[in-house]
Design a protein around this ligand. Structure first.
Ligand SMILES: C[S@@+](CC[C@H](N)C(=O)[O-])C[C@H]1O[C@@H](n2cnc3c(N)ncnc32)[C@H](O)[C@@H]1O
Length: 249
């Protein structure tokens, strides 16, 4: 019986993966990887069979049971099985389902952490998510589909000095803004929308909560993170000044 390693690939840049993760990849026999994991990272596992299991490879996210079964079967045939997940494997990555299925099958596991996108985003824009005097906590959240009430906790947190990092949040921008306003979050709260964090294709847009629905028109192909909080106030101000300076006359 082999061992299954759940390895965090980090946010995208290959050199943001941990040394431990890279070492395990080098000796992997088979790697099951997410859609957001790039070829450069896979090249760290030269002797392994590479199996895509992300949404974009045709397996819907709801087919988690198929992935679980693949991992169990692979561990019965290979010594070193890697499940390579974007960012940190334990953050919105269905790691628990996989660990539970492997444990139920009596298979040994190990988790190797990775840099989660929110922290790489903070580094990229050089804004501390816990800036002293402005934010006292960070919330990693994902919008509850169709349930504004479930957003109330972190809406309250934004009002009382928290920074919220929203995973998988942009496509619900309109509902999100309505829900935030319903819970009393000011419309001028700064919002930072970031695509392809840590990669050469990185792009970002600074806006406010009221204007966030317009971000829906912001064309993007890559993964997008939405960050909300007063720590980004200065970025909104800087952008406003730049816009003014660019005006003719
Ligand atoms: C299923 S979650 C996985 C999160 C991952 N485990 C982590 O710790 O970053 C996928 C979401 O993470 C965010 N994400 C992942 N990589 C990203 C990147 N490089 N740039 C922007 N957002 C990213 C997007 O919101 C995407 O929809």
């Amino acid at each position: 019986m082999g061992k299954v390693y759940l390895v965090g690939a980090g946010p995208g840049a290959v050199d943001l993966m941990t040394l431990r993760g890279a070492r395990i990849l080098a000796s992997a026999d088979i790697v099951f990887y997410d859609a957001l994991v790039g070829n450069e990272l896979l090249s760290l596992a030269p002797r392994a069979i590479h199996v895509p299991v992300g949404k974009r490879s045709g397996i819907a996210s709801t087919d988690q049971r198929i992935i679980n079964r693949c991992l169990v079967t692979a561990a019965r045939h290979h010594q070193c099985v890697v499940r390579l997940k974007g960012g940190d494997p334990m953050v919105f990555g269905r790691a628990q389902e996989e660990l539970d299925a492997l444990s139920a099958a009596g298979i040994d596991t190990e988790v190797v952490p990775g840099i989660t996108t929110a922290l790489a985003a903070s580094a990229q824009v050089k804004i501390a998510l816990t800036r002293r005097g402005t934010s006292r906590s960070i919330i990693f959240a994902t919008p509850a589909i169709g349930d504004g009430e479930a957003d109330s906790d972190w809406a309250a947190a934004i009002k009382s000095q928290s920074t919220v990092a929203l995973y998988m949040g942009l496509n619900q921008a309109e509902r999100l803004v309505q829900s935030m306003k319903f819970h009393g979050v000011p419309g001028n709260t700064p919002v930072l929308v970031m695509e392809n964090v840590s990669t050469p294709d990185a792009r970002q847009m600074v806006t406010t909560l009221s204007e966030l629905p317009e971000a829906n028109n912001w064309r993007h192909d890559g993964p997008v993170m939405v960050l909300i909080g007063r720590v980004f106030d200065r970025m909104v101000q800087t952008e406003a000044v730049e816009l003014l300076e660019a005006l003719p006359g």
